[in-house]
Design a binder for this molecule. Structure first.
Ligand SMILES: Nc1ncnc2c1ncn2[C@@H]1O[C@H](COP(=O)(O)OP(=O)(O)OP(=O)(O)O)[C@@H](O)[C@H]1O
Length: 254
């Protein structure tokens, strides 16, 4: 089954719209088609998990959404901005202002404190720090008493929460997270997922998270399932058991 949303209303009310997005890596006889005609609308203020077998195109999809990768075909719309064909300069500004990205490996700067890591995107953009916002984020993430620590003095879960604060400090419209709990134990994962959930529920963020973990996916409002570069199923109000059952079924069909 291929699930696609195409109505004009859905596109107009979307935080991110993908229209017939395809992506092919490589050239000539060594090409890999990672995404095939994906059309989807991510509703503002929603939490979406993206799942699928290894190599199904999840990271490629997330990178297209974040403007880190230009699809070989189709369009990516970030609200009113169409990313295709945009100059690298404009794209960099859009990424800086409208997108937050969280990686499995945290990617914090070791020599900077947690507070300095969080405010780095603002300093790079020559913007002042809104101290009240910084304090709110840090306290929501439960790291307010860790702000003067360097990354090596923090647990993995705390480092990921710093990374989420860093992604949210610019108040981006969309937060993209690529396996944010992939390197964390159960308790740290839970804490990180609750920060992402709060970002959606209380800060009206749009969160798109790639994960392999059915428990993590169950924190989302909906789960997109990718197989071979296509959305093949969508689940709303997911539970770990239903997500795991769908993954097992899809692996069997693969
Ligand atoms: N830079 C690249 N050059 C060539 N092929 C690539 C490149 N990046 C990804 N691919 C291929 O594109 C396909 C989709 O990759 P992608 O990383 O998006 O999948 P994924 O679902 O995120 O996988 P995983 O769960 O293993 O991280 C795979 O077949 C992969 O080998």
């Amino acid at each position: 089954m291929t699930v696609q949303k195409t109505s004009v209303e859905q596109r107009l009310s979307s935080a991110v719209g993908l229209e017939q997005v395809s992506h092919v890596y490589g050239a000539n006889e060594t090409t890999v088609t990672a995404l095939k005609n994906v059309t989807w609308s991510f509703t503002p203020g929603s939490f979406t998990a993206v799942m699928g077998p290894s190599g199904s195109g999840k990271t490629t999809l997330l990178q297209c959404v974040a403007g880190l990768l230009e699809p070989t075909d189709g369009s990516v719309l970030l609200g009113e901005h169409r990313l295709n064909g945009m100059s690298e300069k404009k794209l960099a500004t859009i990424r800086r202002d409208l997108i937050g990205f969280v990686f499995q490996a945290f990617n914090l700067i070791p020599a900077l404190t947690a507070a300095e890591n969080i405010t780095l995107p603002l300093r790079l953009a020559h913007r002042a720090t809104d101290q009240a916002w910084m304090n709110e984020l840090a306290s929501r993430a439960g790291i307010a008493n860790r702000l003067s620590h360097r990354p090596h003095e923090l647990s993995g879960g705390q480092q990921q929460r710093v990374a989420i604060c860093r992604a949210l400090i610019t108040k981006p419209r969309v937060l993209c997270a690529d396996e944010p709990t992939g390197a964390l134990d159960k308790a740290s994962s839970k804490a990180v997922l609750s920060v992402l959930r709060d970002a959606v529920t209380e800060l009206a963020q749009t969160v798109i998270m790639v994960t392999h973990d059915p428990v993590a996916a169950a924190h989302a409002d909906q789960v997109l399932f990718l197989v071979d570069g296509r959305i093949v199923d969508v689940m709303t109000a997911p539970t770990p058991e239903r997500v795991a059952a769908t993954m097992t079924r899809l692996a069997g069909e693969d």
